[in-house]
Design a protein around this ligand. Structure first.
Ligand code: SF4
Length: 84
């Protein structure tokens, strides 16, 4: 048999989804509204958030807050918690 089963890529969270909007999710952390989220810093990325379980170097990965979907590694939302 040729190769292992190919995992289907999960759909990426849309910034305009109701839940994404409620959390202030942005696929690009540098585009987060600083007035609305004063505690946000552009060094805060999904890829260094404790809820992110994507692999290093991949463009997107799973997030505990968005089951069944992927968030952008460079993304951000207001539930961000720095990975310890
Ligand atoms: S909880 Fe963390 S990984 Fe999930 S979208 Fe928000 S910042 Fe990104």
């Amino acid at each position: 048999m040729a190769g292992a089963a190919h995992a289907q890529a999960a759909p990426v969270v849309d910034e305009n989804d109701a839940q994404a909007k409620a959390l202030g999710y942005a696929a690009d952390s540098t585009k987060v509204d600083a007035k609305k989220y004063p505690k946000h810093a552009s060094t805060q990325l999904c890829s260094n958030c404790t809820l992110y379980s994507g692999k290093a170097g991949e463009a997107s990965g799973p997030c505990g807050i968005f089951p069944g979907k992927h968030v952008a590694a460079k993304g951000w939302c207001s539930a961000y918690v720095k990975k310890a």
